[in-house]
Design a protein around this ligand. Structure first.
Ligand code: SF4
Length: 372
């Protein structure tokens, strides 16, 4: 199994009300140039001699990078890693940030998968979320990507937005499916403490999320996407046959992913994780002064992570692999908990496999808590 590389690009045109990612408001190309130089330097300082088959540009809004900046990053990746010929190379984008010429340039540099945040097809909801694009921009982005020959396109939608009804959600799903992306990420809204949206809910300006409605939305989503030929392979991820995200799958199967840039996390595929400085400027200064940007290193509790990450996948976890890897029979180790979760209808298992049921996917946090 080959490794993956993640690169964090922490710039956005503005900040969305629900966002808690490490990202700054884009000021000028110079700040981005400085960041790109630091990123390239960090990659070149990393001596792993690994073969990789996925590269992922996440953010932030990586599509704010000029092709020249992207090229510089690619050069450093290719100098330091052996990149397989058919690697999956994904770039996250935001609608209304990309022109056709830029997309063509990204494609010629090797990007072959695009993933962007549509979030909703309702312009009022988009405004409420602080998104800068409209539903028309989403449709145009897909059109531009197709014109630039992108054959692997994914976008995200969020269910359970404040004031969103089941009918609104159904309209969103219909709109999304009309665009025929190869991959869809459909998330239930999560409220993060330090965000403007959390404050709006605390002060009563927005209603609190309704768990029962969210469960209905989840069920409707499973029904509608499978009727159009999408298979679910993870709690929130759906694709046409053979279009699973290879990169994201590495996180769920505990394969090695090396992260670069501020706030990036890495895992060596065995038992070591490390995380970079979150603040953009501090990260840049550390790398410029030839200091390590790593601020945290952990030995992971590999067995429990193997379980709760693997359970995100619809195929669940292979109990034989668990036994070989950790030398213990999981069904005996967690006998009482498994019995209880099965009685609640949240999991199902036999001697080979343990997986979440459809209900378990809705209440997955309750299941994961058992293994943390
Ligand atoms: S575009 Fe994405 S990363 Fe940027 S502020 Fe909005 S949610 Fe956060």
């Amino acid at each position: 199994m080959f490794s993956g590389v993640y690169m964090h690009i922490p710039f956005c045109r503005s900040r969305c009300s629900y966002c808690d990612f490490a990202t700054d408001v884009y000021k000028n190309g110079e700040a981005v140039d400085r960041y790109v130089s630091a990123l390239a330097k960090e990659i070149e300082n990393f001596s792993a001699e690994k073969t990789i088959d996925t590269i992922y540009f996440g953010g932030g809004t990586p599509s704010l990078l000029a092709p020249k900046q992207l090229e510089k990053i690619f050069d450093s990746v290719r100098k330091n890693f052996s990149v397989t010929e058919n690697s999956e190379i994904t770039m996250e984008m935001n609608p209304a940030t990309v022109a056709l010429e830029t997309l063509k340039a990204y494609k010629s540099l090797g990007v072959n998968r695009a993933s962007f945040g549509a979030q909703t097809f309702d312009d009022t909801e988009l405004k409420r979320l602080g998104r800068r694009h409209t539903a028309a921009d989403v449709r145009e982005t897909i059109e531009l990507l197709r014109k630039a020959d992108f054959e692997n396109v994914s976008f995200d939608l969020i269910a359970g937005l404040p004031r969103q009804t089941l009918e609104d959600w159904e309209r969103n799903l219909d709109e999304a499916l009309k665009l025929k992306p190869e991959h869809l990420s459909l998330y239930l809204l999560e409220i993060h403490e330090a965000t403007p949206l959390a404050e709006q809910i605390r002060s009563g300006r927005q209603p609190s999320p309704d768990e029962n409605l969210a469960a209905e939305m989840y069920e409707l989503m499973l029904e509608k996407v499978s009727a159009k030929g999408y298979e679910q392979y993870e709690i929130s991820n759906f694709c046409l046959p053979n279009f699973q995200s290879k990169h994201n799958s590495k996180y769920w199967t505990l394969d090695a992913v090396f992260g670069f840039g501020c706030s990036a996390h890495s895992f060596d595929g065995k038992n070591k994780r490390w995380a970079n400085e979150r603040d953009t400027l501090k990260y840049v200064e550390l790398v410029e002064k030839t200091h390590s940007p790593i601020v945290q290193t952990d030995k992971i509790a590999a067995a429990s992570e193997f379980v709760f990450l693997g359970l995100r996948l619809t195929k669940g976890i292979d109990l034989q692999i668990y036994k070989n890897r950790f030398e213990v029979d999981l069904r005996k180790q967690y006998a009482e908990d498994l019995q209880r979760l099965a009685e609640f209808g949240l999991i199902e298992f036999d001697e080979n496999c343990l997986k979440l049921t459809e209900k378990g996917m809705i209440y997955s946090n309750e299941v994961f808590a058992v293994f943390v």
